[in-house]
Design a protein around this ligand. Sequence first.
Ligand SMILES: [Zn+2]
Length: 165
Amino acid sequence: MTDIPAAVLAQLAEQAEQISALQAQLADLQLKAALDDDKTRPGRMPRPTPPWHRLTRAERDAELMKLRGFVREIGPLYGHLVKLGNCWQQHPLACVAIEVVGELHLLLFTADRRPPAMLYGQAEALIRVIPGLLQLAERETRQCDKHRTQVPRPAMASGYPGGAR
Ligand SMILES: [Zn+2]
């Protein structure tokens, strides 16, 4: 067996690096194409973000009803991650975070199809995104002194500051 010249080995190593970089670019393009293609794009389009700061009392009550539904239906799935203070409905940050968790859950976990990109999205959401959002809501509401002395009221009659019209 003859020795392979160093220059050839170096060239082969360089080409291997180029192939690896091209494979990564190809994977990115395939993922992008799959997400942009109506035929392969899974799931539903998330609804627009509620404009929490501009909602009328009736609109806010309707939004809070949806959020209570999210907490009731989806909350148990996330077990120990859900540690909301009782006054969460009076905290805009908690409402925003819970709304995003709910929409994200519907988007990622209730679609008919599950292409590889969505599976990856589920993993990312479970280990990082959803725990982070729920932690925001927890921090905002569990340490709350503002509503501690108030007798808990039904959400339909409560609301939070800044949103009432
Ligand atoms: Zn509070």
